[in-house]
Design a protein around this ligand. Structure first.
Ligand code: GLN
Length: 303
């Protein structure tokens, strides 16, 4: 299938709607000043074919998409022991919610809500130089140097009161081993990774290849681990809109409040869309529309 004309058509169809609806995340200035009318889309197939359209090479703040990479590193470092302190159920609550943590004794519902990613960051801090290892992993996965946006990381730290609350609350249950400031420094930097649609479509390639490296390097995950990441993306990857994503799009997806969404078609391709205006759950509004158009037109689905 030649995907290039389809991606161009999707970008052209959505063009008149750019910036018309939804809200750009503005909890920190660096995100709030991103123009609402941006749109990019990119994919890379298992055969290495690439297609992209719109602002597909513009770097944006990947935010919660980084939770995919934190989980990947956590699975590699800890194996099954990772699940001692993290569940695998959808939360049905906002990504930064505190409510379930009390009844569940400081064990986050899944790795893709803030509390889950913070719990993984803690376990990474105990084992490695998490900020450096993440950059090394991602740069190797997309073949280009990836960097943190230090302005975003600093603003996340200055305004991340809820994330401090989540980390302290988990620590009160004995579920965080390291200093909260050190753990959150890693978490905030992960949120502040800056990548483009094309880089993300390349870097997530191991998820459509049963864990194999997209450019032939050492395996990133085992096939079983990669399937599990996809399962969690489908059930928990888009906050409390995971049901809507499965219904409308039918693919494992992971979103971030920077407006990016990564989608996986197992054994076929990985796809990334970016458009900064969000729907109320924090997912890109036009990103969802673009993915829906893509799966409707191609018939690709995990169902
Ligand atoms: N930096 C945001 C936070 O910690 C990330 C949330 C997101 O992308 N859903 O709340």
């Amino acid at each position: 299938m030649d995907f290039q004309p389809l991606l161009e058509e999707i970008a052209a169809t959505l063009q008149p709607e750019l910036g018309a609806q939804g809200r750009v995340a503005d909890y920190i200035p660096a995100l709030g000043r991103v123009p609402a009318d941006r749109f990019g889309i990119a994919l890379r197939t298992v055969d290495g074919e690439e297609a992209h359209a719109g602002d597909s090479t513009t770097g944006f703040s990947i935010q919660s998409i980084s939770k995919l990479f934190s989980l990947t590193l956590g699975m590699r470092e800890l194996g099954e022991a990772l699940w001692d302190r993290i569940g695998r159920e959808p939360s049905g609550n906002p990504f930064n919610s505190l409510v379930q943590l009390e009844s569940e004794h400081g064990v986050p519902r899944n790795p893709f809500i803030n509390a889950g990613a913070i719990a993984i960051a803690d376990r990474l801090v105990s084992r490695l130089d998490a900020k450096a290892v993440t950059l090394e992993l991602l740069s190797g996965l997309c073949g280009e140097q990836v960097a943190y946006d230090e302005e975003v990381a600093a603003s996340e730290a200055a305004t991340g009161f809820r994330n401090f609350a989540l980390a302290n609350f988990m620590k009160s249950f004995g579920r965080i081993d390291n200093a909260v400031s050190e753990v959150l420094d890693v978490y905030f930097h992960h949120c502040a990774l800056r990548m483009s649609c094309l880089q993300l479509a390349r870097a997530t390639g191991y998820l459509c290849r049963d864990g194999r490296h997209p450019y032939g390097g050492a395996p990133v995950l085992t096939d079983r681990q990669a399937r599990r990441v996809n399962a969690l993306m489908l059930t928990c990857g888009t906050y409390d809109a995971a049901g809507e994503f499965a219904f409308r799009i039918g693919l494992p997806c992971k979103s971030g409040v920077g407006g990016g969404i990564v989608a996986v078609v197992p054994d076929r391709l990985t796809l990334c869309v970016w458009s900064p205006a969000l729907e109320p759950s924090g997912n890109s509004l036009l990103g969802m529309k673009a993915l829906e158009m893509f799966t409707a037109r191609t018939g690709l689905s995990v169902f």
